[in-house]
Design a protein around this ligand. Sequence first.
Ligand SMILES: C[S@@+](CC[C@H](N)C(=O)[O-])C[C@H]1O[C@@H](n2cnc3c(N)ncnc32)[C@H](O)[C@@H]1O
Length: 165
Amino acid sequence: MQVPYLPSSKTQTQNVMNLLHGRRGRLVDLGSGDGRLVFAASAAGLRCTGYEINSILTTSARVRAWLRGVPPGSATFVSEDFWKTNLSDYNNVTVFLAPGVMDVLGEKLLKELPDEARVVACRFPFPHWPFSASEGQGLDQAWAYDMGAVRGHLLQTLYTTAKGI
Ligand SMILES: C[S@@+](CC[C@H](N)C(=O)[O-])C[C@H]1O[C@@H](n2cnc3c(N)ncnc32)[C@H](O)[C@@H]1O
C-alpha cells in the first residue's frame, strides 16, 4: 500500500515529543519525510534514524541536517524501505503512515522490538493495542505504546479467548 507524504504539523510534533519525554537511546522514524520528527527527537538527545523511500525527501532531510549543523550520528537518513529492515536495535519508534498499514506494521513491531521499546503513532492508532498515553486531539493526536504492556495485553486476550472466559 502506498503511503503519501504528509508532514507532521508543529502541534503533532510537540505531541510526539511529549510522549517521548525522558526516553533515551535510539529512535527510528518509519517514513521520515523531510526529517522533522527526527530533528525534534535528536534535539532531545535521542540517536535517530529516518527511513524514507522517497529519495528526494531523504536528500532534502540530509541537506537540512547539514544546514542545521546536526552532529553526525545523531540524525541519519536512510533511503530504504523500512519493511525490509529489522528494527530490533531501536527502543523508540515513531510512525505517521496510514490506517491500512497499522495492523500489519503492528505484527512486524511485535516480532522485532524489545519489551522496553516505546512506539508513538501519529493520527492513526494501532487498532488492537492498548495505549499507555495519548497527547492532543483530532488530526494532531498521537498515542504511545509500550511493547511489554502491549504483549502482556495480547497474551491475556489470547488466554481469555482460548479458555472461553
Ligand atoms: C505521512 S508521511 C510522514 C513524514 C514524517 N514522518 C513526518 O511526520 O513529517 C509518510 C512518509 O512515509 C514514507 N514511506 C511510506 N512507505 C515507506 C516505506 N515502506 N519505507 C520508507 N518510507 C516510506 C512516505 O514516502 C512519506 O514520506
